[in-house]
Write a protein that binds this ligand. Structure first.
Ligand SMILES: [Fe+2]
Length: 418
């Protein structure tokens, strides 16, 4: 186990595989091939620069041409109405479906070609990916399980991801997902912009929110499997397929600071008010992908975990607001404290920029009348992917939204002036 966030790691599955003193020796040990995987531009400042050197049985370049498999861009709908939208959780597929085939894009923002924005998708898988791998050229992938563990095989180690954990596979890293519990469902977020990193902490100080040591990276692992292996690549919104004459998981050793990781959300060190008022939800930022404008995120991954509420003379649930940022929300388990119903684990909601939202009537009435003793919100884990780019719902998402979400904000009593 290797821990830390974007530290420099060095690992070898076979002693002697990792070269010392140089990245690309003339003849790496055992005839391995040296290959650099760049997560940032070569010339990115050192504090931003992320790359890893791989030492593998064959170069990843050795593959036949890709053929078009599916045009996900065609699934984009025209700009959606500015209405708030919400979705029930998906059901399980009727026929055995592996993780990759089960990924269903719901929301897109930004542009893969411009290296901006994000995609929010759900998955509901019932079969292992066997002799089949996926590589995403459009962005890094954040996996957010709701039910069932994921065994994620990657070029840079294997990791098991449980519900209440999240995992990240860097852009360009080949990976496959197997299902130790037989089936699994959850969310997948593709971040097309700058790499996710821990947010600056400002006056919070050196500790708090997500701590670097809780990000776990896996040691080198490989398989020497010469069965035909399908490799599907996502590139500029389309899926392409090719067949390798071997497993792509043949990296025997690697070193660098670009690697998959797993993070346990229960380790999040939640901050909040100890006097009055409700801080902006940015206080719950786990990871941020900055845009070119300081303070304006391409994508923030924000967590609403169990936490104590102690604010005096304060409406404690999230307040009513309209936001210049666009908010996609999911629920891992439990119940989100701003809604009395209609938002189930595995469901999704969208509040695009300037869409007024906040608590529903039942939550507002209850919170307005509550006795303000210290109270623990212990209902579970909700998350948000907030972006400066407005989201477009896919055609599937538009056709499957709840028909009556606006009713959550109907029937508020009118304020009575003196
Ligand atoms: Fe909001």
């Amino acid at each position: 186990m290797l821990t830390g966030f974007a530290n420099h790691f060095a690992t070898e599955a076979v002693p002697g595989a990792l070269p010392h003193g140089r990245n690309s020796p003339q003849r790496p040990a055992f005839g391995l091939y040296a290959e650099q995987l760049s997560g940032t531009a070569f010339t990115a400042p050192r504090s931003e620069n992320r790359r890893t050197w791989l030492y593998r049985l064959r170069p990843s370049a050795a593959h036949p041409p890709y053929r078009l498999a599916l045009d996900l861009v065609a699934n984009h709908a025209p700009p959606p109405p500015p209405n708030r939208l919400r979705w029930d959780p998906r059901g399980w597929p009727d026929a055995p479906t592996d993780f990759h085939d089960s990924v269903l894009p719901m929301l897109h923002c930004g542009d893969a070609e411009a290296l901006t924005g994000a995609m929010v998708a759900t998955y509901a898988a019932t079969a292992d990916m066997d002799a089949r791998a996926f590589v995403n050229a459009d962005g890094e992938t954040l996996l957010i399980p709701v039910e069932g563990r994921l065994d994620v095989l990657t070029e840079l180690g294997r990791m098991t991801v449980h519900p209440r954990e999240v995992a990240c596979v860097p852009r360009g890293v080949r990976h496959a997902v197997r299902l130790p519990d037989g089936r699994a469902r959850g969310y997948l977020v593709e971040n097309r912009g700058a790499l996710f990193r821990l947010p600056d902490l400002g006056p919070i100080g050196a500790n708090g929110l997500a701590n670097p040591r809780d990000f776990v990276t896996s040691p080198a692992w490989f398989e020497d499997d010469e069965r035909p292996y399908e490799l599907v690549q996502k590139f500029m919104g389309k899926l392409w397929t090719t067949t390798l004459d071997r497993s792509p998981f043949d990296v025997v050793a690697w070193h660098g600071n670009l690697a998959p990781w797993v993070y346990d959300l229960t380790r999040f060190n939640t901050m909040g008010t100890v006097s009055y008022d409700h801080p902006d939800p940015s206080i719950y930022t786990v990871l941020t992908s900055p845009s070119d404008t300081p303070g304006r995120a391409n994508a923030d991954f924000v967590l609403f975990p169990p936490r104590w509420l102690v604010g005096e003379d304060t409406f404690r649930p999230p307040w009513f607001h309209r936001n210049v940022m666009s908010e996609a929300m999911g629920l891992i388990d439990g119940q989100y404290d701003a809604k009395a119903g209609g938002f189930a684990p595995g469901g999704l909601s969208l509040h695009n920029l300037m869409s007024g939202h906040g608590p529903d009537v039942a939550t507002w009435e209850k919170a307005s009348a509550a006795e303000l003793k210290p109270h623990k919100v212990d209902g579970g884990y909700a998350f948000m992917v907030e972006s400066c780019w407005p989201y477009r719902a896919t055609e599937y998402a538009l056709n499957h939204a709840q028909p009556d979400y606006d009713a959550a904000w109907a029937d508020f009593p009118k304020a009575v002036l003196p």
